[in-house]
Design a binder for this molecule. Structure first.
Ligand SMILES: CC(=O)SCCNC(=O)CCNC(=O)[C@H](O)C(C)(C)COP(=O)(O)OP(=O)(O)OC[C@H]1O[C@@H](n2cnc3c(N)ncnc32)[C@H](O)[C@@H]1OP(=O)(O)O
Length: 432
């Protein structure tokens, strides 16, 4: 028998829907991803429906295939031993500015081929290619917190799970200005993209959503690849009568106590819509609790409630991981609410964008210049820390206290905090 330790061909191809050339290869790739995340074998219909949404998103699939001898009776060579998916959407980098972003997803390596450098190879090749293509940032959500820092990613937004007591204890100071009405869940196929687009434009850290979200929120396609008859939907109408928010939710059953409704998707384009959708959820009769696993950490709900302890928040965690690929391009793309100059010495473990850069802000606009290596920096940090503070959701002063940023000029971390501040709390509602 030949060497089974593994030589691999890396192949890239687009997602295509059923009936198109290349579907068999794409389907096999998708099945390998499901295996990597311990899913049950998916039905052909489930794969086909998912694939149609992947094609609509313009996903590119990367697979690593055994090029040497394949062990007798094991999975054949056309099943990839490693997978890596990408697509591109816009990221709101604050004050409504959008930056096209390389979104990385579906990273798996078959157990029998792990720790041979396959992830490292796929990641470094992909980040280099994205940068060569003029993309300034990459993003992902991580299965484990220990994997991606080494590639220059940093945590840029947080989220938390909440359980909200909606018994008589729930009272809000807010006086409603709009109204809420129940709708057929399927209306979200048309309504949700429009409402989300507004949210995307006013929320720093928001990423464009994949097509699958409209299917999920409307009950058209659940995580098991089926229609979800349990989904219920309510829409919020603003004072002008237009729809400016929605909530998609499920009743979890009469037992165990407390009787609970779970939020599947809550998207509100105005502050009033957000609070009034919560007022609606709290008013659902016979229900004592509303849970939501993707709630913001900095949540206006807590401040609108007469008793903020109605919110039982647990599991505050990293959500969006960002990786700046091109420091001058990324810094110049932002609007800055505070004037000033900062010299940043940026390290990069992959060597994509290391250097010393002068960030000079006047009237909110940035001029960014690479300066000579010997220039005295105000802050020295690696690209992971710079990516963390970039969306204004992570405080540079805290990273300095953690030793992740070296403050060479006294007060520079606070200055960075003021310069990188954004207009409202950073929050990403897009999991991928
Ligand atoms: C964006 C997403 O899709 S997140 C989902 C990630 N996928 C999963 O969690 C599915 C289960 N896990 C896996 O499939 C694999 O173990 C992977 C993808 C996490 C790692 O793949 P591998 O090919 O084994 O990684 P590779 O050999 O390239 O290792 C690269 C580096 O990461 C480190 N590493 C790999 N996995 C882990 C881990 N789980 N925790 C900590 N470090 C890790 C390796 O030690 C290595 O370090 P070094 O190069 O700095 O010495």
């Amino acid at each position: 028998m030949g060497d089974l330790s593994g030589n691999y061909d890396i192949r890239r191809f687009p997602a295509v829907s059923m009936g198109s050339a290349g579907y068999a290869e794409a389907e096999t790739w998708a099945r390998a991803v499901a295996f990597g995340f311990h899913d049950s074998v998916r039905t052909p219909e489930h794969v086909a429906r998912s694939m149609a949404t992947y094609e609509a998103d313009g996903r590119i699939f990367t697979g690593a295939y055994q090029s040497g001898t394949v062990a007798d009776s094991s999975l054949p060579a056309e099943v990839p031993v490693a997978t890596f998916g990408t697509f591109r959407k816009t990221l709101n980098v604050g004050f409504g500015r959008m930056l096209e972003t390389q979104m990385v997803t579906a990273v798996t390596v078959r157990t029998s081929h792990r720790r041979r450098g396959l992830l490292r190879r796929m990641m470094t090749e992909d980040l280099q290619a994205a940068r060569d293509d003029g993309i300034a940032v990459a993003a992902l959500t991580a299965s484990e917190g220990s994997i991606y820092g080494r590639f220059g990613y940093g945590v840029a937004s947080l989220e938390r799970s909440v359980k909200v007591d909606t018994t008589s204890r729930f009272t809000m100071r807010h006086q409603a200005t709009g109204s809420v009405e129940v709708a057929d869940p399927k209306v979200l196929l048309e309504v949700a993209p429009k409402v989300f687009d507004r949210v995307h434009r006013h929320t720093p850290g928001s990423l464009g959503r994949q097509q699958w979200y409209w299917q999920l929120a409307s009950g058209s396609l659940n995580r098991e690849g089926k229609e979800d008859p349990a989904i219920k939907v309510a829409l919020h109408y603003g004072p002008d009568g237009g729809i400016d928010g929605y909530v998609s939710y499920k009743f979890l059953g009469w037992e165990p106590a407390p009787v609970t409704v779970e939020v599947v998707d809550l998207v509100a384009a105005t502050d009033h819509a957000y609070l009034e959708l919560w007022q609606y959820l709290a008013a659902i009769d016979l229900v004592e609790r509303v849970s939501w696993n993707e709630a913001p950490v900095d949540d206006p709900l807590a401040w609108a409630l007469a008793d903020p302890r109605c919110i039982d928040a647990s599991d505050s965690r990293d959500m969006l991981w960002l990786r700046i690929l091109d420091v001058p391009q990324a810094l110049a793309a932002r609007h800055y609410p505070s004037e000033g100059t900062l010299i940043l010495e940026v390290g990069d473990p992959l060597g994509l964008t290391a250097g010393t850069f002068a960030l000079e802000v006047q009237g909110g606009q940035a001029a960014v210049e690479r300066v000579h290596a010997g220039a005295e920096p105000d802050l020295a940090l690696d690209v992971s820390a710079l990516s963390s503070i970039y969306l204004g959701g992570v405080c540079p002063v805290t990273l300095a206290a953690a030793g992740r940023i070296a403050e060479r000029t006294k007060g520079a971390a606070l200055k960075a905090r003021q310069m990188f501040a954004v207009e409202r709390a950073t929050h990403c509602l897009t999991h991928f």
